[in-house]
Design a protein around this ligand. Sequence first.
Ligand code: BES
Ligand code: MN
Ligand code: ZN
Length: 492
Amino acid sequence: MMKIRVENPNNLKKKTAMLCGFVLENSDKILGLENMNSRIIPSIKQSINDMGGEFGKISVIPTIGTSAQRILLAGLGKREKLTNDTIRFVSGKIAQKARELKLKEFSIIVPPTSLIEPISSVSQIVEGCKMSLYKFEKYKTKIENNIPNLTILVAKSEKISKAIRIAEIISDGVVYTKSIANLPPNECIPTTLANFARIVSKKNNMKCIIISKSDLNKKGFGGIIAVGQGSKNEPKLIILEHNHGSRNEKPIVLVGKAVTFDTGGISLKPGEKMDEMKFDKCGGCTVMGIMKVVSELKLPVNVVGIIPSVENMPGGESYRPGDIIKLYCGKTAEILNTDAEGRLILADALSYGEKQYSPKVIIDFATLTGACIIALGTNIAGMVSNNDKLVQTIIKSSKRTTEEVWELPLNDDYIDMIKSDVADMKNVGIGRAAGTITAAAFLRNAIKNTPWVHIDIAGVAWTQTGTKEKPYNPKGATGFGVRLILDYLQNI
Ligand code: BES
Ligand code: MN
Ligand code: ZN
């Protein structure tokens, strides 16, 4: 675990293994060091000039006769192209360099207030560094575990300390989400996720309810039962409650798809890249990570996390194309493709959430459709909703966190596309047209009029071909959605 300290920036006499500063493109200054009477700048002026400040470029300079053993220059790119992600991204590069050099610690100088608000800088530095040092190495028998500690050079204040603490908890939440989402499907089955939920709830005083197969059956969770019946690993409905808002305040319900492995079932998927379907639990893992953070931060809100978890397997007990099932909301669904399983378990979870908690808002995360990758690629999540105001709020959080989302439309024409001849609805649309929206239309039918946003994370939940490289998203699960929803919850 990375330890983080704050030091006043004029205290540069303190020894450090590596003093790291940001440099704008074509500048000859280290940001935040300009006005400090330091002996450092003149001696390396030429090096600063030479490195050029190109975005993401890192240059390490050995030093003589300074308190810093090395100086690292980190390029921020053009001033007018700075985004909410620049410092996070570049800090991640710095942290990875420090690890590569096997340093015990390194220091980062915070840019001046005139360029970026220090609270924002500090949060991004912490997030970038912490998230970038995570690697999925649980199954490597030999690992080098060098995690350097970080000193942030910035004027000390209560606000800065608080921002650091919040950023640490959020980054740890993202790392937690990645670490469970990366688990292989032989190790992580619905019971495993339920156990993780119990552990998280005990540590942080949440209520945890696990509904097992026989109760799911009795209570009418027809979608979860149908999808789960082909696997010997029984389905679970996992519920975490964080009640820190006022008593009569309606909660926010978060729902996450957790298919621990999606073979497609009887409508079996082709073999190519089927291993990646261990990531079909990412929506649920995101909700679990959010609940962990919400409870650790003791946010003054009521939030409920609902995670339907199943394994979608073919076999003698599996549900089949042609089956007609009854969902928790009371509607019937004709199964035309057992690979369209996510919407069935989500429909149950959504209507359960609405009925049980009368929430003010429902937000769901799901690796729901390959069509979302066709529509938006692997860097932007799809978003479908029944409430414009909620969409606008989520877009604001998306801009602040650079977890990108793009809204797709949902009108009655799409709802018509999932009408069935023999049941209330069918679990596929018309051919492959608008696959992300017809899946969302199915979910829409499971709830009444609660403001709801569905976020399809099929393209962004893990790194795949086309994923933009970011130091804080190494190969594997990305934890998409944790920072987005934490921003949303902190701002309501
Ligand atoms: N989990 C998949 C969606 C998916 C596929 C996510 C590839 C990420 C990468 C989902 O359960 C699924 O199989 N959806 C089908 C729906 C279709 C049968 C209507 C799909 O997208 O092909
Ligand atoms: Mn599927
Ligand atoms: Zn799936």
